[in-house]
Design a protein around this ligand. Structure first.
Ligand SMILES: C[S@@+](CC[C@H](N)C(=O)[O-])C[C@H]1O[C@@H](n2cnc3c(N)ncnc32)[C@H](O)[C@@H]1O
Length: 240
């Protein structure tokens, strides 16, 4: 989509894009169900009926930076980042309700006040954000969709990369990770082909290991345990 076409916030549901992931897993324990009923409405982002919004306005004291995590899974990485950067506002997107409940439990336990959440497709949220509002974006181990015929379901596509280029600030960092060699190759192709992004790796060690300020995720632990190696890709959004 180019920015001149109809804005997704103004689109009818029939025009909305398809989300292919799971929304529900095992039934939630009563405590987690309570969090979904009580804490989620307090932290949930509602998209505007039309137009765009600045995510900094979601916080009572607008933070200097807003960072976004797409597909946070159980929320380990998001909660750890929010705990180590209390001055930053965080937005987490995760349509899988069990993952959302797990993050809410961490928010409550750790008393985190700098996270807001969107329990739907992150692409719809990004389409409603003002230009150049995100200081950092994390997309860690997005669903690999390894079958060739499912490759178009992958989150990292030219359209998503355009949306990232639009919503990220100049010099903002994008962090991607995957354990799927074909997806890693395709991520690199989309990002390196895009004029807005510069890959920050100068030698293999830069993408074979996480930086110290990059907490592990549950999916990564499973991949490593199964003997798969992971790639950790960092990009800079070039100045406009
Ligand atoms: C393989 S899991 C990885 C979870 C977590 N990042 C980790 O590393 O443990 C991918 C996650 O992305 C979420 N997801 C998939 N498509 C999404 C989308 N369009 N917007 C937001 N989240 C999405 C899924 O629900 C799933 O929880």
């Amino acid at each position: 989509m180019t920015r001149n076409e109809q804005h997704p916030c103004d689109a009818s549901p029939a025009q909305a894009r398809t989300f292919y992931g799971r929304r529900h897993g095992r039934p939630l324990r009563p405590g987690r169900r309570d969090l979904i009923e009580t804490l989620l409405p307090q932290l949930s982002i509602t998209l505007p009926d039309q137009g765009v919004f600045d995510p900094a306005t979601l916080f009572p004291d607008p933070p200097a930076e807003t960072w976004l995590e797409i597909g946070f899974g159980g929320g380990e990485h998001l909660a750890a980042q929010a705990g180590s950067h209390p001055e930053t506002g965080f937005i987490g997107c995760e349509p899988f309700i069990n993952g959302m409940a797990s993050l809410l439990a961490k928010i409550k336990k750790e008393g985190l006040t700098n996270i807001r959440v969107f329990s739907d497709d992150a692409r719809s949220l990004m389409d409603c954000l003002v230009e150049a509002c995100l200081g950092r974006v994390f997309i860690l181990f997005p669903d690999p969709w390894p079958k060739k015929r499912h490759a178009k379901r992958r989150l990292i596509s030219p359209r998503t990369v355009d949306a990232l280029a639009h919503t990220m600030k100049d010099n903002a960092e994008l962090r991607l990770a995957s354990d799927d060699p074909e997806y890693i190759r395709s991520m690199l192709e989309h990002l390196r082909r895009h004029e807005a992004f510069q890959w920050l790796a100068e030698r293999p060690a830069h993408w074979r290991q996480r930086t110290p300020d990059w907490p592990a995720t549950r999916y990564e632990a499973k991949a490593l345990q199964a003997g798969r190696s992971c790639a950790y890709l960092r990009f800079r959004r070039r100045p406009r």
